[in-house]
Design a protein around this ligand. Structure first.
Ligand SMILES: Cc1ncc(COP(=O)(O)O)c(C=O)c1O
Length: 378
């Protein structure tokens, strides 16, 4: 079975991890800062590392001081972590529908969803393709709300020649194995505002204040540290930072391989009746994390099953978040966001990972056959 996503680990990665294991620091050591500085060079803004993309989102919401009663605008086509971490602060999740070509949030829908309670717009770069950041930035500035970018899929992508990470107020990344680079589990928060990043960092490190100038308790000795607001432990260990540094040094190679595979798919699958291929807007360069195609809704399940039966690992990304029972309980009903619903009904993600382009012409022939008329294979 060809998986739909997979990590790429080489001997350098293994050597880096082994060296970290043999060092004095398994966690809270020098490789953490080193990885963060290397990340900054790639994403164009200072970063902190955390234990997952979910943790990164949780820290981002902590940094903006999200509270009960605040509203956060998000697209339905995303992994539930985008919403769950905001809901845990008591925020109300407000959905805005997506654009049909990219499945990224539609700025017009965002503008329509703004209320006096809106605290943040949270865009998701679906499949690696950056969102319409200039339009969202204008809306965020006009209404004085934060712009957060969930770039779990998009490290290494660029928008108008600017790296993802350097544009939104806060950008979050995931280093899960299927993503564009990996640390096993891991993530990062980037921010163009040092004070927001500092808040995210403090939240990720138990809320501990170590700077003596900020102490409220002044009677204690050199050992003292204190907590002003609660935080959690989301520290990424040195062992995983070692893997991250090594992976990051190959991110540009990963990106060219992913873009090559994207082009191969585009060429092999173009012109198939009823099949819509992903499109890249001319002002972005996507580090394609997924290769999402759309097929006729009534055939989606049988095509999916045929692909799996023929050893092609596929996935559907994503069930619209507001369909989850947790949102049903809050009064949401299917049909509220028709573009997201239609995208979901027709979506299948084909295998997309660095090694997948070793696949032969036979692979593309098989794909074409299944997509053209899956019944022939039954
Ligand atoms: C859009 C999006 N946001 C957030 C996450 C959460 O990342 P992690 O799995 O690293 O917690 C994911 C992971 O799949 C994701 O796809």
């Amino acid at each position: 079975m060809i998986p739909y996503g997979r990590h790429s680990i080489n001997d350098d990665d293994i050597a880096a991890v082994v060296a970290a294991l043999k060092s004095d620091w398994l966690t809270t050591g020098p490789l953490v800062e080193k990885f963060e500085l290397e990340l900054e060079k790639v994403v164009g803004a200072p970063c902190i590392t955390v234990t997952s993309g979910t943790a990164a989102l949780h820290c981002a919401y902590a940094a903006i001081g999200l509270e009960p009663g605040d509203e956060v605008i998000t697209p339905p086509i995303t992994f539930i972590a985008t919403q769950a971490t905001a809901a845990l602060f008591g925020a109300k999740i407000v959905f805005a529908d997506v654009q049909p070509d990219t499945a990224n949030v539609d700025p017009m829908a965002v503008e329509a969803a703004i209320t006096p309670q809106t605290k943040a717009i949270v865009a998701v770069d679906f499949a690696g393709h950056p969102t319409d950041l200039d339009e969202l930035r204008a809306i965020a500035d006009k209404h004085k709300v934060f712009l957060i970018e969930d770039a779990a899929h998009a490290i290494g992508s660029t928008y108008k020649n600017r790296p993802v990470g350097s544009i939104a107020d806060i950008t979050t990344f995931s280093f899960f194995p299927t993503k564009n680079m990996t640390t096993g589990e891991g993530g990062a928060v980037a921010s163009i505002y040092p004070e927001l990043l500092e808040k995210a960092k403090r939240f990720s490190r138990q809320g501990l204040v170590r700077n003596k100038d900020e102490f409220i308790i002044t009677s204690e000795g050199r050992w003292h540290q204190e907590v002003h607001e609660f935080g959690l432990n989301y520290r990424l260990p040195d062992v995983l930072c070692a893997l991250g540094i090594s992976q990051l040094s190959r991110l540009h190679t990963f990106k060219s391989r992913r873009r090559e595979i994207f082009q191969k798919y585009q060429k092999a699958l173009s012109g198939l009746c009823g099949v819509t291929l992903p499109a890249e807007r001319d002002y972005v360069s996507s580090n394609w994390h997924l290769y999402p195609i759309q097929v006729p809704a009534e055939k989606r399940e049988s095509i999916f099953n045929d692909l799996v039966a023929n050893g092609i690992g596929v996935q559907v990304n994503y069930i619209p978040a507001y369909w989850h029972p947790v949102f049903k309980k809050l009064g949401h009903k299917r049909g509220e966001f028709p573009i997201s619903d239609d995208f979901y009904a027709r979506e299948i993600s084909l295998p997309m990972w660095v090694g997948v382009d070793k696949l032969s012409d036979d692979y593309f022939d098989l794909l074409r056959t299944i997509l053209v008329d899956q019944r022939e294979l039954k």
